[in-house]
Design a protein around this ligand. Structure first.
Ligand code: IPD
Ligand code: CA
Length: 266
C-alpha cells in the first residue's frame, strides 16, 4: 500500500470510528475511570472506539505497529506504526460539547515525534461532520478540498492553546499565555489538540501552542499543519512536557521566539 492508500484507509476508519463515537454520545456517556489526575478521564466510548480502530487495522494491516491512548503500544514488523487517539477532547465529549475528534496517523520508523517519518493522517470531527486528511507530499484536505495555513493579520494572530490535566502545571502554562499575548488578537481553548491543529491547517486559527501533549494528540494534526504549508515543532522534546508550536512559518517563528524569551513583543 502506498501513502495515498494508507491515507484512504486512515480516513475510512476515522469516519467509521467517528460515527460510533457520535452514536455512543447520543446514547449518553458513561465514565469508565480517571487516569493521571481526577480531571483526566476515560469513558466507555474511548475504549470501544479504540477497539474498533485496532480491530480494523489488525484485519487490514496485520504487520503494522500500533500506539493508542487507551490500549497502549504494540510493535509491528513492517516499519509502520498507527498512532491513534480514539476520542481527543474526552472532557468535551463527556460534557456534551462538540469539540471532540478521532485522530489517526500512520508513521514510519520509531514512533517518537522527532524521529518518526510522517506518512498519512485523518482527523474526524463527527459533531461538525468534517473529515481532515493529509498525505505526506500530497497536501492536506478538508472533505477533499486543499487546505492552506493563514498568516497573522494586522490585528494580530488568532491563537489557541491547551492546559494539562495536572493543576500543578497551570501556573507555568498561564505564564506562557502572558508571554505570547503580545502577538495575539485573541486566544481560544477548544479542548482537543487534534482539532486545534486541524484548524491551524485550515487557516481557522493562525497559531497553536501547548505543553505536555502525547504523541497520539499531535501525530495526525502535525502532518495536517505541515502539508498545509505550516510548521509544527516541539521545544524541549526530552523534557517531561515538551512544547508543541504550530502555525504558518512566520507565526510559528514568532511564537517560538516569544515562548523561549528571544523575541520582542510587537
Ligand atoms: C487532551 C486534549 C486537550 C489537551 C490535553 C489532551 P484527551 O486529550 O487534546 O485539548 O489540552 O493536553 O490530553 O485527553 O481529550 O484525549
Ligand atoms: Ca488526546
Amino acid at each position: 500500500m502506498n501513502a495515498v492508500d494508507l491515507g484512504l484507509l486512515a480516513a475510512d476508519i476515522a469516519r467509521e470510528a467517528g460515527e460510533l463515537a457520535a452514536r455512543r454520545r447520543s446514547e449518553g456517556v458513561a465514565l469508565a475511570a480517571t487516569k493521571s489526575t481526577l480531571a483526566d478521564i476515560v469513558t466507555e466510548a474511548d475504549r470501544e472506539v479504540e477497539q474498533l480502530i485496532r480491530e480494523r487495522l489488525r484485519a487490514e494491516r496485520p504487520d503494522d505497529g500500533f500506539l493508542g491512548e487507551e490500549t497502549g503500544a504494540e510493535q509491528g514488523s513492517s516499519g509502520l506504526t498507527w498512532v491513534v487517539d480514539p476520542i481527543d477532547g474526552t472532557v468535551n465529549y463527556a460534557y456534551g460539547l462538540g469539540a471532540y475528534a478521532v485522530s489517526i496517523a500512520v508513521v514510519g520508523g520509531e514512533p517518537v515525534p522527532e524521529r518518526w517519518d510522517d506518512v498519512a493522517a485523518a482527523v474526524c470531527v463527527p459533531a461538525a461532520g468534517e473529515l481532515f486528511t493529509a498525505v505526506r507530499g500530497d497536501g492536506a484536505r478538508l472533505d477533499g478540498i486543499r487546505l492552506r495555513v493563514s498568516d497573522e493579520t494586522p490585528a494580530g494572530a488568532l491563537l489557541a492553546t491547551g492546559f494539562g490535566y495536572d493543576p500543578a502545571t497551570h501556573d507555568g502554562d498561564l505564564a506562557t499565555v502572558r508571554r505570547v499575548m503580545s502577538m495575539a488578537r485573541d486566544l481560544r481553548r477548544m479542548g482537543a489538540a487534534a482539532i486545534d491543529l486541524s484548524y491551524v491547517a485550515a487557516g481557522r486559527l493562525d497559531g497553536y501552542f501547548e505543553r505536555g501533549l502525547n504523541p497520539w494528540d499531535l501525530a495526525a494534526g502535525a502532518l495536517l499543519v505541515r502539508e498545509a504549508g505550516g510548521v509544527a515543532s516541539r521545544l524541549d522534546p526530552d523534557a517531561a512536557r515538551p512544547m508543541l508550536i504550530a502555525g504558518a512559518p512566520a507565526v510559528h517563528d514568532r511564537l517560538r521566539a516569544l515562548i523561549t524569551g528571544t523575541g520582542t513583543p510587537r
